[in-house]
Design a protein around this ligand. Sequence first.
Ligand code: FAD
Length: 482
Amino acid sequence: MHYIYWFRKDLRLTDNHALARFLKDAVNGSSFSFIYIKNNNSYRYFGEKRIVFLIQCLEELKQDLSDFKSELQIFSGKSIEVFKNILLEKNPVSVYLNEQVEPYCRERDESVRKLIEDSGGIYNSFTDSTIFSPGEIKNGEGHQYKVFTPFKNNALSILTKDHYKKHVCDFSNINNKNEIIFKSQLKIKQDKKISGVSGSVIIKGGRKEGLSKLRDFYETKLNRYNSQRDFPSLNATSRLSAHLHFGTIGIREALRTAFAGLSKSESEKDEKEVQTWINELLWREFYYHITFHNPRLTYQSFKTEYDDLNWNYDESNFRRWAEGKTGYPIVDAGMRQLNKEGWMHNRVRMITAMFLTKDLFIDWRLGEKYFAEKLIDLDFSSNNGGWQWSASTGVDAQPYFRIFNPYLQSKKFDPAGDYIRKYVPELSSLPVEFIHEPNIMNHTEQEKYRVIIGKDYPNPVIDHKAAKDIAIRNFKKAAHKL
Ligand SMILES: Cc1cc2nc3c(=O)[nH]c(=O)nc-3n(C[C@H](O)[C@H](O)[C@H](O)COP(=O)(O)OP(=O)(O)OC[C@H]3O[C@@H](n4cnc5c(N)ncnc54)[C@H](O)[C@@H]3O)c2cc1C
């Protein structure tokens, strides 16, 4: 039997569930290989900053493996084709991997599993990218939860140390003489850098970078997380989402860090700061569970009655939203942060998503796709969950009649306008009284601050109050309440 370790969303050599088992099992003279498969098809929706991030992760992983005198063999193509080629060289194989819940990945994995098992091999799959196995948290009737709070309460009540224990990866068990380098034509010599593409200045790939972010978060931010996380001008959240997605930081590591913070807490307030971060990690678990149970979410609303909504497909409005030119400063700041950095603060993700789906009444699927193309941390479950929450079409979503007022959100969460000034520099001369709603300035004020509305900064793309009434009416109609 030839042993293969297949890296996917677990690009690290430490505390990696499947890898720990692989390193235990692939002993006693058995041959082995480490592989990663790049499928250019699925990269079609990857933004360039995300690709740079991924390449940084792969380069570091390759280096880390070479420190153990092993090689990361990178293949290009559809996974099933890669394995068919591998089987021509080595058969049967015992493949180790950490499972994925995304519907397209499950289809891919099922076909690979069948191929391997049909040819006499073994397919070994483990849970690693979530704390709980997909579907592990069930309600009293054994079904999925459709509301977050009972899901969270149940998750915390069944959580044991086993869920977040460290899986030690011991490379001393394997003998490098037994490593096989495949000749397969689908192998690529070097993961090519993409010319002319730049990465993100704030979200860099690789385990070292992830660890340094986790450490910094633990030392300087975790004890203020609940109080500060909603203010986009503050650097107050972990910015670990891309690392958690690609597995350069493990979710168990993150949870252990949270518990370490909790044990240091000296008051109820301190505890609350940390517990809120644990809650966010559990939202991630919740959305992974929802994806696992509902593969249809790739194209359908969770609340199917809202698939009858008569969405607007106004291309010009969509463009203005995407480019950050809506005339609503907080929305424009968010979209420009996304376009520039490949990341957006959570509060502003909610504001911009709600603005697209409620004010502009544009189908959430278009916004979801745009985010997917731009975000470094794109994660199907959290992105789909966040979009459907904002659009009110999702599981445990914001009720359709509770539509964010972008001006009030802006005043509440960016009170001094610092976030807006950073990403919408043409408004930086405005005092606080006008920064959130510059179009209320009269002509003299516009001249005084050198911001002429309609010339230096756009008029609002739509009237919020009128748009809100229309959205509510449309939702009521779709839910047969009118
Ligand atoms: C419209 C929309 C789209 C989103 N798309 C994504 C996405 O593609 N990928 C993604 O990882 N998150 C997404 N989120 C969730 C959230 O905005 C990001 O996880 C968060 O902003 C990442 O920053 P951070 O790492 O500093 O988070 P922190 O505040 O430090 O939180 C820690 C971790 O918890 C998880 N988390 C936090 N908030 C949420 C949440 N609301 N839902 C699910 N998981 C959460 C993330 O893994 C995050 O890294 C989206 C939210 C919305 C409203």
